[in-house]
Design a binder for this molecule. Structure first.
Ligand SMILES: [Zn+2]
Length: 321
């Protein structure tokens, strides 16, 4: 991990279910259903309230990002977390790439560990962003809680036909489950020390959430869990001394353009880690930071276009860099 923070981006979204949603809790609740919905007790009230766990959100966004990359950016050769070197020996596949977490794990008999910049440099774009078993990643996603004043609705459903543990199909076992059919949740994503293309990846995910392409929880292939997202806030921030870095507000500056040569090389960042903005809001000082808020929905849309174009270009040249 880079020991300093030079830039970060924050996105706030509202998420609501457009299909009944089941995120099952491991602990039983007072209703006695077989598969109760996961609850949080954050307001120290007697009754818990439903929420969307950050780990579940991060998981579905990661698999979606992998799928998008394999389809639209095959040259980036993103890894498959379910494909391990022992399988690779059996199944020679030009399409499946073994998991970075296995590839970069120190082997027995090898002395020394990889430094974190080596792990970053050698990880695929998805593991650089979401992390792996050996690297923490740059994207943080908190639990999404109900928005203020929001009244959720949880309904009991008959779960016949859905395996109560895996969410897959099962044969005629009857049980009850709780699904969430209504409620708006506030999700926050934060990307630290981002490279320019990482904002494009994030933009693709936000778009697909807005287009109802992403599902969460159990039995998503059986008509449960589709979400509708709406981006409410997008801020890009820099924490670099103004005396050293004259930031151009018509550009988004990736981490590589904000470091010294030696650091940049260690992590494998590029020199021209930035892209131009067609529509650029003002860059405003805010304490030690400089902040660019993409408050207008139309400006956010062009920002997403610019960022996605950059992602596409970088992924195309990934193996060459
Ligand atoms: Zn990877």
């Amino acid at each position: 991990m880079l020991r300093k923070l030079v830039n970060h981006a924050e996105i706030e979204m509202t998420l609501r279910p457009v299909e009944p949603l089941l995120i099952a809790s491991g602990v039983p609740n007072a209703t006695g259903t077989d598969l109760p919905f996961v609850l949080t007790y954050r307001r120290s009230a007697d009754a818990g309230e439903p929420y969307l766990p950050g780990s579940s959100l991060k998981g579905v966004l990661r698999s979606h990002a992998e799928r998008i990359s394999r389809t639209m950016a095959p040259k980036a050769r993103v890894c498959d977390p379910h494909f391990h070197p022992k399988d690779a020996a059996k199944e020679a596949s030009a399409l499946r790439v073994p998991f970075c977490g296995d590839r970069l794990r120190p082997r027995k008999g090898e002395d020394g560990k990889w430094e974190s910049h080596d792990l970053y440099r050698q990880s695929c774009p998805i593991c650089r962003t979401f992390g792996s078993t050996v690297y923490r990643g740059r994207l943080a996603l908190g639990d999404a809680y109900l928005k203020d004043g929001e009244v959720p609705r949880i309904e009991r459903r008959d779960g016949v036909g859905i395996d109560r543990f895996s969410g897959g199909a099962s044969r005629g076992v009857k049980f009850e489950m709780e699904v969430l059919t209504q409620g708006a949740f506030r999700a926050r994503m934060r990307l630290e020390n981002f490279e320019d293309w990482q904002l494009g990846l994030l933009a693709l995910l936000c778009r697909d959430l807005e287009d109802e392409m992403i599902s969460i929880g159990h039995a998503t292939t059986r008509g449960l869990g589709r979400l509708k997202g709406l981006v409410e806030r997008l801020d890009v921030m820099y924490i670099v001394p103004p005396t050293k870095h004259q930031l151009d507000e018509k550009r988004v500056h990736g981490v590589g353009s904000l470091l010294e040569d030696d650091e940049r090389r260690l992590y494998g960042f590029v020199n021209d880690d930035h892209f131009s903005l067609k529509r650029a809001p003002a860059l405003k000082p805010q304490g030690v930071r400089r902040v660019q808020s993409f408050a207008d929905a139309e400006v956010r849309r062009t920002f997403f276009d610019d960022a996605i174009a950059r992602w596409s270009e970088r992924m195309d040249g990934w193996m060459k860099s």
